[in-house]
Design a binder for this molecule. Structure first.
Ligand SMILES: Nc1ncnc2c1ncn2[C@@H]1O[C@H](COP(=O)(O)OP(=O)(O)OP(=O)(O)O)[C@@H](O)[C@H]1O
Ligand SMILES: [Mg+2]
Length: 264
């Protein structure tokens, strides 16, 4: 990474093309531009195949863009780094490590002292409700539990930028709700910037300071929405009755419908 000044995430003119076996070129991302300030939560929303996972992988440094630049806290992304944590679309806990070892993994990679790790690891295991399963391996857990291991691991390593690809998809509504609250708590406590993918409009509007609505063919940013809804952690359902919420929900639903007609 090279140093700069802007804090948070900037994505400037990012394009990505894949050469298909047929010889055709698929434009997965076409000139994506946005900024996400520090402690901001950005949500990528859009139909299947619009490039959400590709964009997260590029920001994580796991894939390279054909054009454009990405900076995290002013440093240009040139490859993977421990400043960025990633929760993949398919649960990304390490199968050869126990729950405890998975959660400690990022801290270890950062070279944190053992004494520090010892407090942090049980804290996050408990926060994702996996206490009692410390010594279990991922294959002994349900899909939703494995997903929570991946969430705990990424939160415990305290990255500056947390990239999450549908992190709450396999969770039951109540657990999902608790994980969303945990995420918001950590963001504010640790001043983390989050960019996450969701297919759920309610989740996007509740969590997102900014929602990036993407479209397909080519994958592009169609609209930036700033919900600005008053959030209450005690009465979350109240948000569903806000006029602003209902307006935005309807608008996004219509955009999604228009996109799926485009794809047909
Ligand atoms: N390695 C690859 N080689 C060729 N094409 C790819 C590759 N990775 C992704 N694509 C294509 O790029 C497009 C975007 O894929 P991506 O996985 O980013 O979509 P997505 O928005 O995450 O979709 P979903 O909501 O279904 O997860 C798709 O058309 C996909 O087929
Ligand atoms: Mg995806």
């Amino acid at each position: 990474m090279t140093a700069g000044t802007h804090s948070g995430l900037t994505v400037s003119g990012v394009s990505k093309r894949f050469l298909l076996r047929s010889g055709q070129t698929l434009t997965a991302l076409d000139n994506i531009n946005f900024e996400l300030p520090k402690t901001g939560v950005g949500v990528l929303l859009g139909p299947s195949g619009c490039g959400k996972s590709t964009l997260l992988r590029i920001i994580a440094g796991l894939e390279t863009q054909d054009e454009g630049d990405i900076t995290v806290d002013g440093s240009t992304v040139l490859g993977p780094g421990i400043d960025r944590g990633m929760v993949f679309q398919n649960y990304s806990s390490f199968p050869w490590l126990t729950v405890e070892e998975n959660v400690a993994f990022g801290l270890k990679a950062r070279g944190e002292a053992l004494s520090l790790r010892e407090g942090v690891v049980p804290y996050f295991i408990k926060a994702v409700k996996l206490d009692g399963f410390e010594r279990a391996y991922p294959h002994q857990l349900s899909g939703g539990m494995q997903q929570r291991v991946a969430i705990a691991r990424s939160l415990a390593s305290n990255p500056s930028l947390l990239l999450m690809d549908e992190p709450f998809g396999a969770l039951d509504p109540e657990t999902r709700w608790q994980m969303q609250s945990l995420l918001l708590e950590i963001v504010h406590q640790e001043r983390t910037t989050v960019l996450m993918v969701s297919h759920d409009i309610e989740e996007a509007l509740y969590l997102g300071d900014v929602v990036f609505f993407m479209g397909t063919r080519p994958g592009r940013l169609l609209e930036t929405i700033r919900p600005g809804l008053e959030k209450s952690s005690t009465d979350r359902d109240a948000i569903l009755d806000f006029d602003e919420y209902r307006f935005l929900e309807r608008k996004i639903r219509q955009m999604m419908r228009a996109q799926s007609l485009d794809c047909a």
